[in-house]
Ligand binder design. Structure first.
Ligand SMILES: [Zn+2]
Length: 139
């Protein structure tokens, strides 16, 4: 760690430029800068390491859609995939026979879960990005 002193350059949040920029330390409090001068706009202001946290903080909830917490029994597809990839699964080929719930590994589409078996020789398989119909029991 390099020592910060009056006159040294620090990254600080500029209240005028409204971004984190290089500043020169003007005054220190102990080992921490107290006042800094912005190298960009030359404005002098109290030292702030980062942009102040906006009042509308909890933005994290926006990403996860509000699902009813009661229906937590259903795993997300990612979780299912992760679990399945750790388990043994069959390599897909057209002559194989597969049943509902089987995990197969397809050369192109990757890991998928057999959703339905359509007699006599088709299966629908859910892959990470799509559900596809594949041929089985061939030959
Ligand atoms: Zn500035």
């Amino acid at each position: 760690m390099s020592k910060t002193a009056v006159g040294s350059d620090v990254e600080a949040y500029c209240t005028k430029c409204k971004m984190v920029l290089a500043h020169s330390v003007v005054a220190m409090t102990g080992a921490k800068p107290r006042r800094v001068r912005c190298n960009t706009c030359n404005g002098e202001h109290n030292y702030r390491a980062e942009k102040p946290v906006a009042k509308t903080a909890a933005k994290k909830t926006a990403k996860t859609p509000k699902k009813a917490t009661t229906k937590r029994t259903r795993q997300s597809w990612e979780e299912v995939m992760q679990e399945a990839s750790a388990k043994p699964h069959k390599k897909y080929n057209m002559s194989g026979s597969y049943g509902e719930g089987d995990w197969i590994e397809h050369g192109t589409f990757g890991l998928g879960c057999v959703q339905t078996f359509i007699a006599p020789n088709k299966i629908t398989v859910r892959f990470a990005d799509s559900t596809r119909m594949l041929v089985c029991n061939r030959g």
